[in-house]
Design a protein around this ligand. Structure first.
Ligand code: CP
Length: 307
C-alpha cells in the first residue's frame, strides 16, 4: 500500500504483516542499539492541525528509531494561522522533500485530499470523527499480544461512538481480522445503521451490564464533550452510572478479559481511576505498542517492499 488512510485500506494479509513487523520492531526497544538504519535519508513530516500527545510523540519516536529525519509541524504558530490552505501547506512540505506526511486534522477526509496533492505517502493520524487507523492497529496488536489471537475474539466498544474515529477504524480492522464487535452506548451516541454500514456482523447494544460477561475485551471511549451539543448528552453523573466502567462492573467481565482505552481519558466519567490503573488495564501498554506499530507502518510504506 502507498497510503494508510482508513482501516478499510488493510486486508487481513497486510494488517497481519504490519502486526508481525511491529512485533519484530518491539525487540529493537530491548536492544542495546535502539536505532535501525532502515529509513536513513528519508524525511517524515508530522503535520498536526489538532492537539495530540500520544500519536504525535509516538510517530516522532518511531521515525527516529528508524533513523528518518523528522519535521514536526503544528498548525499553531505556523502560516496556517495567517489563512494558508491545507493544499499550499502540503505543497510547501513537499518542496522540502517529505517522503511521508503523518496528518491529524479536525476535518473528516482531510488526509484523503492531501494524498491527491503530495507525491509521498500519507498516514492518517486522526481526521475529525472519521478514522484513526494506526490506533486500531496498535489496539489489535495489544489484543493479540495479551490474548494470543484476534480471530474469534468478542470486543465491546463502549461510549461515544458517534464522535469516535477510534471506534470506526477498530470496527473495520477487527472485522477484517475475524473478531466480533459489539458497539455499546446511549442511543444518542450510536449513529443509526453505523454497524451495518461499517461491517456487517457488528452488533449494537444499549445495556453495558448485559454485554460485559460475554466479552474478551472492553474498549472504553473518551466522551468527546468538545464535539457535542448538550442536547444529546445525558448528565456526566447519569452517563457514568449507565456507561462508566467502575470496579463492580469490571467484576462482571470474564477473568481473562482486558480493559482498553485509547486515551486521553476522562477519569471518573467513562472509566474510574481504580479500573484504569488495575492489572486488567492495557492503557499504558497500548501507548508503548503504538511506537512499534508506527515503526512497522512507516517501514512498510517507505522502506519495505513497496518502493
Ligand atoms: N489516542 C490518541 O490518539 O491520543 P492523542 O490524541 O493524545 O494522540
Amino acid at each position: 500500500i502507498r497510503h494508510l488512510l482508513s482501516g478499510a485500506d488493510l486486508d487481513a494479509a497486510t494488517a497481519t504483516q504490519i502486526l508481525d513487523t511491529a512485533a519484530e520492531m518491539a525487540t529493537v526497544a530491548g536492544r542495546e542499539v535502539k536505532k535501525l538504519p532502515a529509513l536513513r535519508g528519508r524525511t517524515v513530516v508530522n503535520l498536526f492541525y489538532e492537539d495530540s500527545t500520544r500519536t504525535r510523540i509516538s510517530f516522532e519516536a518511531a521515525a527516529k528509531r528508524l533513523s528518518a529525519d523528522v519535521i514536526n509541524f503544528s498548525a499553531k504558530g505556523s502560516s496556517v494561522a495567517k489563512g494558508e490552505s491545507l493544499k499550499d501547506t502540503a505543497l510547501t512540505l513537499q518542496a522540502m522533500g517529505a517522503d511521508a506526511v503523518v496528518v491529524r486534522h479536525p476535518a473528516s477526509g482531510a488526509p484523503h485530499r492531501l494524498a491527491n496533492w503530495v507525491d509521498g505517502s500519507v498516514v492518517n493520524a486522526g481526521d475529525g470523527t472519521h478514522e484513526h487507523p494506526t490506533q486500531a492497529l496498535l489496539d489489535a496488536y495489544t489484543m493479540r499480544s495479551r490474548l494470543g489471537r484476534l480471530a474469534g475474539l468478542h470486543v465491546a466498544i463502549v461510549g461515544d461512538v458517534l464522535h469516535s474515529r477510534v471506534a470506526r477504524s477498530n470496527v473495520l480492522l477487527l472485522s477484517t481480522l475475524g473478531a466480533k464487535v459489539t458497539l455499546v452506548g446511549p442511543p444518542t451516541l450510536i449513529p443509526v445503521d453505523i454497524a451495518a454500514a461499517l461491517a456487517p456482523g457488528t452488533d449494537v447494544c444499549y445495556d453495558l451490564d448485559a454485554v460485559l460477561p460475554g466479552v474478551d475485551v472492553v474498549m472504553m471511549l473518551r466522551v468527546q464533550r468538545e464535539r457535542m451539543n448538550d442536547s444529546y448528552f445525558p448528565s456526566a453523573r447519569e452517563y457514568a452510572r449507565r456507561y462508566g466502567l467502575d470496579a463492580p462492573r469490571m467484576r462482571r467481565l470474564p477473568e481473562h478479559a482486558i480493559v482498553m482505552h485509547p486515551g486521553p481519558m476522562n477519569r471518573g466519567m467513562e472509566i474510574t481511576p481504580e479500573v484504569a490503573d488495575s492489572p486488567r488495564s492495557t492503557i499504558v501498554e497500548q501507548v508503548a505498542n503504538g511506537v512499534s506499530v508506527r515503526m512497522a507502518v512507516l517501514y512498510l510504506l517507505l522502506g519495505g517492499n513497496n518502493r
